[in-house]
Write a protein that binds this ligand. Structure first.
Ligand code: HSE
Length: 370
């Protein structure tokens, strides 16, 4: 029986992964072993076969006993331990949610509904490092797969509306604490029908700018605000998040000639769903009905939302999508720019298809169960 070591299973992405695996009855047919960077020896979680003691995630020999390692521990851990394991001769499968190895030549970015073929080729070639993609990239590809598969995409501009979860668990808490601070400051005036709205606005603006809201995680208020900067600066003016859009999309698709992907990545006050407003330059003027059919038929999760207000409010918002695997695509229409210019809006759960689900499915693929 194959052994699978889980590292970082208590963090946000790791918890979502373990929860999904429990719900889908995945914990069978292999031996799960839970690792910890700080609490070796303590009781691990019971995923069906009783709880076993946690093993030390810094112990290369213990890790090397595993046939497969699944890490949600983050990039620093990967950078530290992965080279040591490989240097020690470990030949197991490393399945990772962090970005550290993504662009390495012998690592595969996994999003199997989109690139199962590349995954199979890599497995056949004996590659052993499989990494989940950047969340915005994975969510965009799940939504637009039909157009990419049909060779209809000349370029994409993606303007993102990224949730707090993409920045981390602390950031989600900070967002809600900021909301609480603003609500406390404005409650009396907001609830008084006779109050002056400009007075309410003055109080909220003052609160946003007086330094009293918690901003350790984001560096600025996100509640009642937005932050048009995600990750670090690249030399050409893009942020690293914007840079990932093009390199990861093309790596996942295995394009011979790179398809340009660019846009601005913006953090907004959603909890765990990333949204994107897309401009797609089509390679030719295809009727909208054909575009809709291609998008809707590409995979089991993409859902077409009619370009109507009621349907949009009901199904094309972070709140509607949160906690689910659906990838709604709506606001779909040809633009006034010309028949080859398509616009669409798409939303997806950043922790599911954006992080844990491709990793979970890759584990099932390696185990021969998907
Ligand atoms: N980098 C993404 C974000 C999340 O900051 O939203 C992970 O892909």
């Amino acid at each position: 029986m194959q052994s699978v070591g889980f590292i970082g299973w208590r963090g946000m992405v790791g918890s979502v992964l373990i929860d999904r695996m429990r719900r889908e009855n995945d914990f069978q047919g292999f031996e799960p072993v839970f690792f910890t960077t700080s609490q070796a020896g303590q009781a691990g979680p019971d995923v069906g076969g009783g709880a076993s003691p946690l093993r030390d995630a810094n112990d290369v020999r213990a890790l090397a006993e595993m046939d497969i390692l699944v890490s949600c521990q983050g990039g620093d851990y990967t950078k530290e331990m992965h080279p040591k394991l490989r240097a020690a001769g470990w030949r197991g499968y490393w399945i990772d949610a962090a970005s550290a190895l993504r662009m390495k030549e012998d690592a595969v970015i996994v999003l199997d509904p989109v690139n199962r073929k590349q995954i199979e080729q890599a497995l056949n070639k004996g590659l052993r490092d499989f990494v989940g993609g950047n969340c915005t990239v994975s969510l965009m590809l799940m939504g637009m797969q039909g157009l990419f598969d049909a060779g209809l995409v000349e370029w994409v501009s993606s303007m993102t509306y990224q949730s707090a979860s993409g920045a981390g668990a602390k950031n989600m808490k900070e967002l809600v604490a900021q909301m609480g601070g603003l609500a406390d400051a404005g409650r009396a005036l907001a609830e008084d029908p006779a109050s002056q709205v400009l007075e309410l606005d003055r109080i909220i603006s003052a609160k946003l700018n007086d330094g009293s809201l918690p901003t350790d995680a984001f560096g600025a208020p996100l509640a009642a605000n937005l932050i048009p900067w995600i990750d670090s600066a690249m030399e050409d003016g893009r942020t690293r998040e914007e840079w990932k859009g093009m390199v990861e999309t093309n790596k996942i698709l295995g394009t011979a000639t790179p398809i340009p992907v660019d846009g601005q990545c913006v953090r907004v006050g959603a909890m765990r769903c990333h949204s994107q407003a897309l401009t797609v330059k089509l390679t030719r003027d295809v009727p909208l009905a054909e575009v809709e059919a291609l998008i809707a038929g590409a995979n089991d999760w993409v859902k077409l939302v009619p370009n109507e207000k009621a349907a949009t409010l009901a199904g094309l918002t972070p709140a509607a999508v949160s906690g689910g695997l659906d990838i709604p695509v709506g606001r779909l229409r040809k633009m006034a720019l010309g028949g080859e210019y398509l616009t669409a809006f798409t939303v997806g759960d950043q922790l599911l298809w954006g992080a844990a689900e491709p990793v979970r499915r890759m584990l099932l693929i390696v185990l021969g169960r998907l």
